[in-house]
Design a protein around this ligand. Structure first.
Ligand code: PMV
Length: 364
């Protein structure tokens, strides 16, 4: 990947590079608390999409001026359209109580360059913001440390800062399942950052895979910012938040005890509730396509008939995440997948492991 900026003639003061995976929620974050910045209305848990990653290099130039400057690149190509969102993100980090003074000063007056790329193809409808903000936050923490700040828990700080870019991004900085949002069953849980779920996970739920079935490669018809906001006037919102809290507690128990069918029931219910909330909002949105439903029905019928550990989840779009135990991969690939691909745009799907985390990159 090209990690060089086309016009980098000025000396570099600090530079950091990270690769960070996207993640897929098993219990969904959908709705924000009225207070706080991107505090979730309920706790959520995700698996890391270890093979679907952003690679990001962040550079602070030596030149200083009264105002900060920012240039964003995607795979070496300047993308001015990304800059307002990144500018807002950097402003939020600098305003957060956790931001060290030296970094804050540079965020306010420094010249910043960011080059990012994704290892999954564009035009697959896969959101890249979780991986992108995760990688960017990890780079910022590295630079804060290089400036001399004493950071006791770099991953927690990166998670906190990633949240300020995109809520779900805070779950991307761990290889372990990541829990974000206050929950009575998780002592260390917080609305500010995600924490890794360190408990011993039963072997039947420790090694799973995700095939993302690309039903619709287009842009999402509703952004997650709009989606979260629709919950404010949704009459079912409070019931949904309570249900998510209950689901999270039950899912953690199922993961530790190896209750695979309970796990699959909760994961599928969470996916359908996310979509039900969109259908029950005003205005309403139907994000599934006919292919989404056809795939769901085939997954359920195959599970019934084969007894394989296989289920689905959905993001806020039409694509289906086919989740299955690695031990069942051969039979799922040979006996189920071929019947699902005709519902995918150009037969496209992406494969990922679910248990690898971010990695620092050496670019110099
Ligand atoms: O991080 P956001 O604001 O893009 O919200 C993402 C919400 C879902 O992906 C639909 C669910 C989740 O928990 O990741």
């Amino acid at each position: 990947m090209n990690m060089e900026f086309p016009d980098l003639n000025t000396p570099v003061a600090h530079s950091a590079s990270w690769s960070c995976p996207s993640n897929i929620a098993l219990v969904k974050y959908w709705g924000k608390k009225p207070e706080g910045i991107q505090w979730p209305a309920n706790a959520s848990i995700s698996w890391s999409l270890g093979d679907l990653r952003a690679r990001t290099r962040l550079v602070l130039l030596e030149s200083q001026s009264a105002e900060s400057s920012l240039e964003c690149y995607l795979s070496g190509e300047r993308k001015p359209s990304f800059e307002p969102k990144i500018r807002d993100f950097l402003a939020r980090v600098s305003a957060d109580g956790s931001c060290p003074e030296s970094l804050r000063a540079s965020l306010v007056s420094g010249a910043w360059r960011i080059d990012s790329s994704n290892n999954f193809p564009h035009g697959t409808g896969i959101a890249s913001s979780a991986a992108g903000f995760g990688a960017l936050a990890l780079c910022l923490v590295d630079i804060a440390v290089a400036m001399g700040s004493d950071v006791s828990n770099p991953m927690e700080l990166a998670s906190r800062w990633a949240r300020l870019g995109s809520g779900s991004a805070c779950r991307s900085v761990y290889a372990d399942p990541a829990i974000w949002g206050l929950h009575p069953a998780v002592a260390a849980s917080s609305d500010d950052f995600a924490v890794p779920f360190h408990a011993r996970i039963h072997p039947d739920l420790a090694e799973w895979k995700d095939y993302v079935l690309i039903v619709d490669a287009g842009e999402k018809s509703v952004s997650s910012t709009q989606g979260h906001a629709l919950l404010k006037a949704n009459p079912y919102a409070e019931a949904r938040y309570a249900q998510a809290q209950e689901h999270l507690g039950d899912l953690l128990t199922a993961m530790q005890n190896g209750e695979v069918s309970r796990f699959m029931d909760i994961v599928e219910s969470e996916a359908l509730q996310l979509h039900a909330m969109m259908m029950a909002s005003t205005p309403s949105f139907i994000l599934m396509r006919p292919g989404t439903l056809a795939i769901i029905e085939k997954i359920r019928a195959y599970r019934e008939q084969s007894g394989a550990s296989v289920c689905f989840t959905l993001d806020a779009g039409a694509n289906v995440h086919l989740l299955f135990a690695s031990v069942d991969e051969n039979r799922v690939v040979n006996n189920l997948l071929p019947s699902l691909l005709p519902h995918c745009q150009d037969n496209q799907y992406l494969c990922s492991n679910l248990n690898s985390g971010p990695e620092p990159l050496n670019h110099e």
